[in-house]
Design a protein around this ligand. Sequence first.
Ligand code: AOF
Length: 541
Amino acid sequence: MPPSPRPLGVAPAPASYSLNLFPRRRCLPARHAVSMAASHAHDAHFLRRAADVADRSAGLASPHPNFGCVIARPQLETDDVEAWVVGEGYLYSQGTPCAELLAAEEAGEHARGATAYLNLEPDDCYGNSTAVSSLVQAGVTRVVVGLRHPLKHLRGKAIQLLRHQGIQVDVVGEDLQSKLFKEALGSCLIVNAPLLYRAAFHVPFSVLKYAMTADGKIAASTGHASWVSGKASRGRVFELRGRSDAIIVGGNTVRLDTFTCVVDPRLTARHVKGGHVPVRIVMSQSFNLPEEANLWNVHDAYTIVATQRGARRDLQKKLAMKGVEVVEFEMLNPRDVMSYCYDRGYLSVLWECGGTLAASAISARVIHKVYAFFAPKIIGGVNAPTPVGELGMKQMTQAIDLIDVSYEQVDRDMLMSGFLQPIPDLSPVIPSVDEIPSVDPEVSPYETNIISFYKTWDTFGAFANFSPHPISLPDENGDCFTWPTVEHYYQAHKFVSVDNPQARDIVQEIKQARSPEEAARIGRTRQRELPELIGSPRKLM
Ligand SMILES: Nc1c(N[C@@H]2O[C@H](COP(=O)(O)O)[C@@H](O)[C@H]2O)[nH]c(=O)[nH]c1=O
C-alpha cells in the first residue's frame, strides 16, 4: 500500500501540465497549483511500475491478460516519485474487480486530476465497474497506455471511449515517442508475452525448460535425474509452473521415472500453498504408460493424456476411471496438441519434456522461449539423455540463435533464458476501423487485405512451405502420395523429371525426411552436388 499522499490542496489539475523538471530544492508550499509537463521520464517510470504490478497476476488471471494500473500525481513536497503513487491494482483472478477499479478505490479522492498508467489497453469497456467507468468516475484526467489490446475486436475501443469522455490518452509509440520508453515498453510486452504470442500465432506461449549438467546431460544414462539442479533452481521451476496453464511431459518421462522408481513426477507448483495449479499433459503416442503414477492422482492437479487414436483403449479406460482425461489425435504432434490447448483457452504452456519431444516441438515451431538451468556437475554417460534430440541440423551454422538472452545465477546453478522467436509486437497496430478516419482518412480499413506468410508462425503461416501439415497429390504414376509438407513436395520435384536411378533415390530420401528443414537441406545439398539431376520444370500437378 503506497503511503497515503498528503493532500495537495489544489483543484483538479488541467488535462495538460507543465512540470519544472528540475524543481528547486526547497519545498514549494502545497497551495501552489501543481503543474507538470507529462515528463517522459516519470511516465516511463510509472508505466514500468504498472507492468510490474500486472506481473503479479501471472498464472492467476488466464485466459485474461495481466493487467496493472498505477494512479500517480506529482507531490511537490517530495522528490521521491514513489510517493506520487496514490493507488494501484492488478487483475488477480478471473471474475474479480479490474485493476483500474482497485487502483481507483485505493486512490479515492487523490485520483482526481491524476494520471493512470496501464501496461495494456483494457478490454472490458462497457458497463459499471469496468476499467473505463472506474477511471472516469475516479476523475483521472490523463491515461498513459503501454500497448493497445492485441486482440483485433478489442483494439482501440477503450482508448476511444476514454477520449470520448474527455480524458487525455497517450499511447506509447503513438502519442509518446521517446527512447525513454524503451525499457517500460519492453516490460509491457514481456508481462503479456503469452497473450501476444497467442494472438499472433494461435497457439499458447510455450516455454521449454530443462536442467542440464555441465557436460550437457539431463539425467544419468540410467534415467536417474534427482537432482540435476539445486533446490533454489527447482523453486524457480515451481514459479514457472505457477505462471503456466499447462505443463507438458512425454510418456518417457512418466515411464522412466516410474519404472526406475526414480522420481515419479508430480509436476505441481509446490512453492505456494493454494497457488495456481497448472494442468499436466502427458504426450504418449503408444499410451505405453504405467497404471500407477503420481500424475494419475488428479487431486494434485488435473491431468490429460494426449495420445494417438485407438492406442491401448483398455488402459485409457483405467486412467479415465481415475479421473484422467484422455484426448486422442489422428497424428499426435506438438502443433496439433498446441492447437488443442489454444482452443481450451491456454495462454502459457511449460514443456518439461525429454529431448525427443523437445526437438519435435522446436521443429514444429511451437516453442517460443527456453529456460536452461546449468548445474556445475559432471555425470558423463555415452547414452545419457540430452535436452534436445534430432533437429536435422548437420552444420553449426544451422543452429537456432536465442534472442533477448538473460543470464542469472541461482545459488550454484546458472539460468539462461532466451526467445526462439521475437515477441510479436502488435503495436503500433492498425487502430480499430472506426478510428482510422480520425487517424488517416486516406487509409481504407480494407487496405489490409494483403496477407503475408514468410514464416509458419505468421497469421497465415499455414500457406508457408514449412508449415507442418501433410498434402496428398498424385505422383508421376498417377498414384496418390501424401507428402509430409509442401517443402518435401517442392524439393523432391526438382529431381522427378530426370529418368535416372540417382534422381529417384534422392526423391525417396526427401520423402523420408523427418522435417521440412531436413527436406530442404537434402534438396539443396543434392542440387549443389548433382546439378545434372535437376529436371526441367514440368507440370508438377
Ligand atoms: N531432474 C530435474 C528436473 N526434471 C523435471 O522435473 C520433473 C519432476 O519434477 P516434480 O514432478 O516436481 O518432482 C521431471 O518429470 C522432469 O520433467 N527438473 C529440474 O528443474 N531439475 C532437475 O534436476
